[in-house]
Write a protein that binds this ligand. Structure first.
Ligand code: UDP
Ligand code: MG
Length: 316
């Protein structure tokens, strides 16, 4: 039996990009079959698209029996789509690729060779430039990676894409992590395994539009922090201690001052400032607590990560 590589493709309104994607990957599939004797299968995950993505996928599935599709009942997000893809991948190897060709398929042979010849479990990619991205977004992205690597034990690589080729062992390890709040950039790091990093320059998407607004990215980064670090909780406790200490010092200062100078009233503005500050810090800390509590709440509900409406997995 030849080795099988499963190509997992999350698709959300990618009708325009899928034909380009399919052609580019099919080219690599043909050349890799000749060179290494590996077969490909495609697992397209239609993540509740509202355009003709599903129709396009069905057409491709009819033409090429290596094309499998899974269609969700609504939009569950890229994380859920990647999970569904890995769950249904039957290959000895699996690669995750965006449908917009921002993950160059030309890297696949090189990635496969690194796993076969150099003994890596995973070959991942990171982009060296953020060209074509708004500067504000790049700035906040850099800050986020600096921060999360300081406060989390899991290594989360700046500029890492989700584009990677993994062995079956690593895919199974990731599937074991069936948490509801999924943050793949952290999950990939958390499971360990030997990972080789390939760098490439950012390319613009071939067709369609990006699905990420600044706000969506911001919320996603908060998910990442709560999923892979409990440092904010520790910071909340430290803040509490600092304020107790400050209050203690203030008490001594005021007692001594009153005894020496007999300073009866005054101090209304400073009192208001202190009340506001302390109330602010308290609310902030409760907010942090709330973040973790809400994640725990959703996790205990044990909801499925995705719901399939239709697919052609296991059907010829
Ligand atoms: N995607 C998805 N569900 C979503 C959002 C995005 O499956 O809710 C897919 C999308 O179709 C694409 C990939 O995730 O294949 C990356 O999305 P996009 O290109 O919009 O992100 P960017 O490259 O701009 O970060
Ligand atoms: Mg993209």
């Amino acid at each position: 039996m030849n080795d099988l590589i499963s190509i997992i493709v999350p698709c959300f309104n990618e009708e325009a990009a899928i034909p380009y994607f399919y052609d580019a990957v099919a080219k690599q599939a043909a050349s890799m079959r000749d060179r290494y004797g590996v077969e490909f299968e495609y697992i397209f995950v239609n993540d509740g698209s509202t355009d003709g993505t599903l129709k396009t996928l069905k057409e491709y599935a009819q033409r090429d029996k290596r094309v499998k599709y899974i269609s969700f009942s609504r939009n569950f997000g890229k994380e859920a789509a990647m999970y569904a893809g890995m769950k249904n991948a039957s290959g000895e190897f699996a690669a995750i690729m965006d449908a917009d060709l921002q993950d160059p398929p030309e890297l696949l042979p090189q990635m496969y060779e690194s796993i076969i010849n150099e003994g890596y479990d995973c070959v991942a990619t990171r982009r060296t430039t953020r060209s074509g991205e708004p500067p504000v977004r790049s700035f906040f992205a850099r800050c986020f990676y600096k921060l999360i690597n300081k406060i989390s034990k899991t290594n989360i690589v700046d500029g890492a894409r989700d584009y990677r080729l993994m062995t079956r062992k690593m895919v199974d390890a990731i599937l074991e992590m069936s948490e509801y709040n999924r943050f793949s950039k952290g999950i990939f790091g958390w499971v360990g395994f030997d990972t080789k990093w390939i760098e490439y320059e950012n390319t613009e998407r071939v067709a369609g539009e990006t699905k990420w607004s600044f706000w969506k990215l911001f919320l996603y980064s908060l998910d990442g922090i709560t999923a892979f670090s409990t440092a904010p909780l520790a910071i909340a406790s430290v803040l509490g201690l600092v304020f107790c200490l400050a209050a203690f010092i203030m008490i001594i200062v005021i007692v001594v001052k009153t005894l020496i100078f007999g300073d009866p009233v005054a101090g209304y503005p400073s009192l208001i400032c202190v009340i506001l500050l302390v109330a602010g810090v308290q609310t902030f800390c409760i907010g942090i607590l709330g973040q973790y509590l809400s994640k725990t709440y959703l996790e205990t509900k044990n909801r499925p990560i995705y719901i399939v409406k239709e697919d052609n997995i296991g059907k010829e």
